[in-house]
Write a protein that binds this ligand. Structure first.
Ligand SMILES: Cc1cc2nc3c(=O)[nH]c(=O)nc-3n(C[C@H](O)[C@H](O)[C@H](O)COP(=O)(O)OP(=O)(O)OC[C@H]3O[C@@H](n4cnc5c(N)ncnc54)[C@H](O)[C@@H]3O)c2cc1C
Length: 374
């Protein structure tokens, strides 16, 4: 396995528990890519109805199995999409009506029920919320480090940290720490796919997305966020909501009234870590050079939108700010490429890599067809 992000570790878990001998080569001293930069939200409600929703639900089941097996904590809280404007309410209600037939476990909550469901909502603008029971929060930094340790201890998976794969053929990997051989090589190198396979990357259609995130200090002792939160802007972000005819009205109102949210690809979500910190975000800048410079304007816009619906005991003071990067294909949910016999690349999971990771890894070992060949 090349890469100790969530896609590499999910593949390592599935391979190791099926009895394979597994080695993970990671170029950093720890997983430091997109997999620790995210919200830790397993978010089936964001996947479009049909095969992708089914894959997300399969992945959810495997996540729960892995978390229980490895003794890693999670919050199986479900989620709320908050409506503070009429058009947000329309989309939420329309989706709740369509949801059962499409395979989602959702319902519409009126204002009083939404307030009863979450201690974190401001009552003043609230109209109601779309409740979904399938979402789970994990603490990504905790999962990535604990899962690697668990795999090493329980399944004797060998981890080679600070070991960069430089060249791969069908059974050998040349690295900065010598040569490795394997009967099957899975390359799960996330947004670094352009470094190892520049020509494949150039033809792949993948683009990079840069996202800004923030985190509060832990909230007062034992205060619990309850369900993960998403604001009304999120309806225009996930493809699941494209099923709603009322979405066009919401999109054009936001474009007219707050074009800055479209310009920076902003929607807002809130999750909570094991220590009680709130993770807040995010923005999406696609296809631009990934600069190291965070924009204060973007952070302020995210906080401004959160302020319309979130109320937490210690306020949204910020302790950490960072940006993350992922690779994404404009149309495909992820890419599976085969650059050589016995070598597969799994990348381009965009903003759904945590959600889909274990489902995609399961597919790698249990599907006989490789979807896309060199
Ligand atoms: C800000 C942000 C928020 C997000 N929120 C969510 C969310 O809430 N829910 C969700 O489902 N998804 C979310 N995502 C998406 C998700 O984080 C990614 O899709 C996922 O983490 C990708 O995992 P990965 O293993 O492919 O990549 P990575 O985590 O980047 O791992 C790739 C690893 O490969 C290593 N590597 C690269 N090249 C080599 C080499 N040559 N040799 C050895 N090692 C190498 C890298 O060092 C890295 O550790 C978010 C992403 C971001 C950035």
């Amino acid at each position: 396995m090349i890469g100790a992000g969530i896609i590499g570790l999910a593949h390592a878990w599935i391979a190791a528990r099926s009895g394979h001998s597994v080695a993970v080569l990671e170029r950093r001293p720890a997983a430091l890519g997109a997999s620790i930069a995210n919200f830790g939200l397993l978010w089936p409600i964001g996947q479009p109805a049909g095969p992708m929703l089914q894959l997300a639900l399969k992945s959810r089941g495997l996540w729960i199995e892995m978390l229980e097996e490895a003794g890693i904590s999670s919050r199986q809280t479900g989620s709320l999409h908050i409506a503070c404007r009429d058009d947000e309410q329309q989309v939420g209600m329309e989706f709740a009506a369509l949801a059962p037939a499409l395979g989602y476990q959702c319902s519409w909550l009126d204002r009083a029920d939404a307030l009863a469901c979450s201690p974190a909502l401001r009552p003043d603008n609230l109209l109601g919320a779309l409740w979904s029971e399938t979402e789970i929060m994990v603490d990504p930094r905790e999962v990535l480090s604990r899962l690697a340790k668990y795999l090493a201890e329980r399944y004797a998976v060998s981890f080679e940290w600070s070991c960069t794969a430089l060249n791969i053929d069908s059974s050998r990997v040349s690295t900065t720490q010598g040569e490795w051989s394997a009967s099957r090589i899975l390359v799960c190198n996330g947004a670094d796919v352009d470094l190892l396979y520049p020509e494949l990357f150039a033809d792949s259609g993948l683009i990079f997305c840069r996202l800004q995130m923030m985190r509060t200090p832990p909230q007062s002792a034992n205060w619990n966020l309850g369900p993960a939160l998403a604001g009304g802007l999120t309806f225009r972000f996930y493809p699941s909501f494209a099923a709603c005819s009322s979405l066009a009205g919401l999109r054009s109102r936001i474009h007219r009234e707050s074009p800055e949210y479209d310009h920076f690809g902003i929607h807002t979500m809130v999750s909570q870590t094991t220590a009680g910190e709130l993770t807040l975000g995010d923005s999406h800048q696609y296809g631009l050079p990934v600069t190291p410079f965070n924009s204060d304007e973007i952070d302020r816009l995210i906080l401004r939108h959160l302020d319309t619906y979130v109320r937490v005991p210690d306020g949204l003071s910020i302790r950490e700010r960072w940006y993350g990067v992922y690779a994404k294909h404009p149309e495909k949910p992820y890419l599976r490429l085969q650059p050589a016999d016995n070598v597969e690349i799994v990348t381009g999971l965009g903003g759904a890599g945590m959600t889909l990771s274990f489902g995609v890894a399961h597919e790698t070992f249990h599907s006989t067809t490789i979807k896309e060949l060199r």
